[in-house]
Design a binder for this molecule. Structure first.
Ligand code: MV4
Length: 450
C-alpha cells in the first residue's frame, strides 16, 4: 500500500518538527502551517513547503479549521497530522478533513467524540467489564442524583466535568454538606470552559498514581499496547516528568494494565494511536480513568524503551497499512524519563517569553532533545511555554536519572528563565529517587513561591 505523497502538519513547535522528521524518513513531502508570530519558527524552516494561516492568536490560526483545510487544498496535501493540543481532539476538524477528502491522522470522528465525553467513556468501559472507580453510571442529571451516589459510596468524592480536562470543572467533596456549593461551582466552571455543564462523580482516591498505557490499533482490528508511563509528577494538572516503565510495575502488572488498555480500545473499535489513562491506587488496584485520542507530549519515553517510532506508525496506520508487529514482538528494554522544560520562572511557574541569546542542548549517550528552539529565536508569548523535552534513556532507572541530571546541567539557555532548576531539585529528592511518590508529590516535596 502506498503511503501519502504529501502531509500537512496542523501544529507548531516541537511536535511539528517531530512529525516532519517522521515524514522525511517515510519519504513523504511536508507542508508546515504557521501564524504571523511563527514566521521564524523551526517547523517552517524544516518543512518542504509552508503556508501562513492567520494572525498570532491561536483561535485565528492553529485553531482555524477553514484556514487549515484551505491550506491543505491549496498545497494538495493528502493527509493532515494534528499533533497534540489545538485541533487534535476536535471531532469537527476530523470531520472537516474527511468531508474535504483529506485523511486525518488519528481515530474516527466518533471515537474522538467519545474520548471527549468522559462520563460516557467511563460508562461504556464499566459495561464492558473494565474496572472503574465507584461512582455515577454515566453523567449525573442533578444534585439529588449526586447526593444519592454519595449516600451509597460515601465521601470523599470528586465531581468531574464530562467534557473536562486540565482540572477545570473539578471539585472534591469531603463532606455531604459541601455538595451543593461544589456541584454548582463545578457546573458553572464546566459550562464556562467547555460549553457543557454535564458532570459525573467518582470516589476520590487521595493517593493515586497516574499511569497510562500507549496503544496502537490498525483498520483490521489489531490492537497492541506499548507499555505504561507513570505521569504522577504533575502540578496544577500539568505533567512535568513522565517515565517508563512505572517503577512499581512487575511483569504481571504490565500484562494486566496492558490487557485492560487493549480491551478498552477494542470496546470502542479504536484505531490509530491512543492513550488509556488509569488511576493506580496504593493497593495496586487499577481503574480506568479516560482515553486520549491523540499522540501525547510524553510519547518519546515509550519510543525509547520499545524502539517503535509512534509517529511513523500513526502515519502508516492512517494510510491503511496493517500493524507490522504483534504484541509478542514488542520488547521492552531499559528505562526512560522526560522533563518538560518550560520558558517559565522556575520558582513561580510564570511564563517568560523572549529571545534565546544562548541555546546549547545537551547530547551524548542516552539523551534525546525534542525541541523547535534555536539560538536567536524569539519565543512568542501567544502559545504554551514548552521549549524542549529532555528525554533520557538508561539500562535502568538509576542510569536514566544520572544521565538526566548530567543533561540538565549541560543544557545552556540564556536570555529567558527556564524550569531546569526545578527539575534538578526533583531529581535530587529522596522520595522521587526511591519511587515513593504519587500525584501529590510537588505540593508535598517541592517549595514553590506563591
Ligand atoms: C482523580 C483523583 C482522585 N480520585 N480521580 C483527574 C485529572 C487529573 N489532572 C487529576 N485528576 C484526578 N482525578 C479520582 N477518582 C485525583 C486527581 C488529581 C487531583 C485532583 C484534584 C486536585 C489536584 C489533583 C492533582 C492530581 C490528581
Amino acid at each position: 500500500m502506498a503511503l501519502f505523497r504529501k502531509l500537512l502538519i496542523a501544529n507548531r513547535s516541537e511536535i511539528a518538527v517531530r512529525i516532519i522528521r517522521a515524514c522525511k524518513e517515510l519519504g513523504i513531502k511536508t507542508v508546515a502551517v504557521y501564524s504571523a508570530a511563527d514566521k521564524e519558527a523551526l517547523h517552517v524552516m524544516l518543512a518542504d513547503e509552508s503556508i501562513c494561516i492567520g494572525p498570532a492568536s491561536s483561535s485565528q490560526s492553529y485553531l482555524n479549521i477553514p484556514a487549515i483545510i484551505s491550506a491543505a487544498e491549496i498545497t494538495d496535501a493528502e493527509a493532515v497530522h494534528p499533533g497534540y493540543g489545538f485541533l487534535a481532539e476536535n471531532p469537527h476538524f476530523a470531520e472537516a478533513c474527511m468531508t474535504s477528502g483529506i485523511t486525518f491522522v488519528g481515530p474516527t470522528t466518533e471515537t474522538i467524540r467519545l474520548g471527549g465525553d468522559k462520563a460516557k467513556a467511563r460508562q461504556i468501559m464499566k459495561r464492558k467489564g473494565i474496572p472503574v472507580v465507584p461512582g455515577s453510571d454515566g453523567p449525573i442529571l442533578d444534585e439529588e442524583a449526586a447526593l444519592k451516589i454519595i449516600k451509597k459510596i460515601g465521601v470523599p468524592v470528586i465531581i468531574k466535568a464530562s467534557s473536562g480536562g486540565g482540572g477545570k470543572g473539578m471539585r472534591i467533596v469531603n463532606d455531604e454538606k459541601d455538595l451543593n456549593q461544589a456541584y454548582h461551582m463545578a457546573q458553572r466552571e464546566a459550562l464556562a470552559s467547555f460549553g457543557s455543564g454535564e458532570l459525573y462523580i467518582e470516589k476520590f482516591i487521595p493517593e493515586m498514581r497516574h499511569v497510562e498505557v500507549q496503544i496502537l490499533a490498525d483498520h483490521k482490528g489489531n490492537v497492541v499496547h506499548l507499555g505504561e508511563r507513570d505521569c504522577s509528577i504533575q502540578r496544577r494538572h500539568q505533567k512535568l516528568i513522565e517515565e517508563s516503565p512505572y517503577i512499581l510495575a512487575t511483569p504481571q502488572f504490565r500484562k494486566k494494565i496492558g490487557e485492560l488498555a487493549v480491551k478498552a480500545a477494542k470496546a470502542m473499535r479504536y484505531r490509530n494511536a491512543g492513550t488509556v489513562e488509569f488511576i493506580v491506587e496504593s493497593s495496586g488496584d487499577i481503574y480506568f480513568m479516560e482515553i486520549n485520542t491523540r499522540i501525547q507530549v510524553e510519547h518519546p519515553v515509550t519510543e525509547m524503551i520499545t524502539g517503535v517510532d509512534l509517529i511513523k506508525e500513526q502515519i502508516k496506520i492512517a494510510s491503511g497499512e496493517p500493524l507490522s508487529f504483534r504484541q509478542q514482538d514488542i520488547k521492552f528494554s531499559g528505562h526512560s524519563m522526560e522533563c518538560r522544560i518550560n520558558a517559565e520562572d522556575p520558582d513561580r511557574f510564570i511564563p517568560c517569553p523572549g529571545r534565546l541569546t544562548m541555546f546549547i542542548p545537551p547530547g551524548g549517550p542516552g539523551i534525546r532533545v525534542d525541541t523547535a528552539a534555536y539560538c536567536g529565536w524569539v519565543i512568542p508569548p501567544h502559545y504554551d511555554s514548552l521549549i524542549a523535552k529532555l528525554i533520557s534513556y538508561g539500562k535502568d532507572r538509576q542510569e536514566a536519572v544520572v544521565r538526566m541530571r548530567r543533561a540538565l546541567s549541560e543544557f545552556k539557555i540564556e536570555g529567558i528563565r527556564t524550569t531546569i532548576p526545578f527539575f534538578m531539585k526533583v531529581l535530587e529528592d529522596p522520595d522521587f529517587l526511591s519511587g515513593n511518590f504519587n500525584t501529590n508529590f510537588i505540593d508535598k516535596n517541592i517549595n514553590i513561591a506563591k
